[in-house]
Design a protein around this ligand. Sequence first.
Ligand SMILES: N[C@@H](CCC(=O)N[C@@H](CS)C(=O)NCC(=O)O)C(=O)O
Length: 213
Amino acid sequence: MLKIYGFARVNKFARGNTRDLRVLWAAEEMGLPYEIVGMDHPNHDLDSPAYRALNPFGQIPAIDDDGVVVTESGAILLYLARKSGKLLPRDLAGEAQVLRWSVAALNSIEVPVLTLWFVNISGGKGTKPSEALRGWADMRLNQLDGWLAGRQFIATDDFTVADILMSHVLGTASTDADLLKPHANILAYLARCMERPAWKRTLDAYCERVEAA
Ligand SMILES: N[C@@H](CCC(=O)N[C@@H](CS)C(=O)NCC(=O)O)C(=O)O
């Protein structure tokens, strides 16, 4: 049975934003059976030697699929897509587009947006580095908005794992809502992804399951 390591306790600010949700959403879309292994972060479950053997970075998410251990949300989603034959085209050219946009989500978009958030919450708001990061994030979001004009989904005509990664990167609290406001195509895209019944089911089950931290 596929085991998905996720958070057992999440503080109210992080609820909905943790990266285990990317994996849970993908499994729900794909109809894959799984069991959740709930990890208590404040209680240092992620620091245990057993968990570090699975993920040397001591982070969530991780999966153990009958002995196949995968970490990194992007790698996990691509593995599950190959395993299930869902949310990933079978032809090489289509698969390349999904790889391309999965990496873009986690690199070209998540890096500037998350770094800006981190600098700002670490006391850097209003400083030159924060302004420079804001410029970098704005530029990438502007370019992304242009790409999304006339497109339903990011990589292909159909919803793929790249959309789970991109919409979760864009939709989390670390992406300041202010940053997205000028980008009508991104906002419409985000709404399209977040309206999916599988996302709603995933988020509802997560909110019912996780305890306060
Ligand atoms: N690049 C990793 C990042 C994973 C990550 O940042 N996980 C966070 C939760 S969303 C975590 O485990 N934080 C606890 C920690 O770093 O101690 C991925 O995409 O899976």
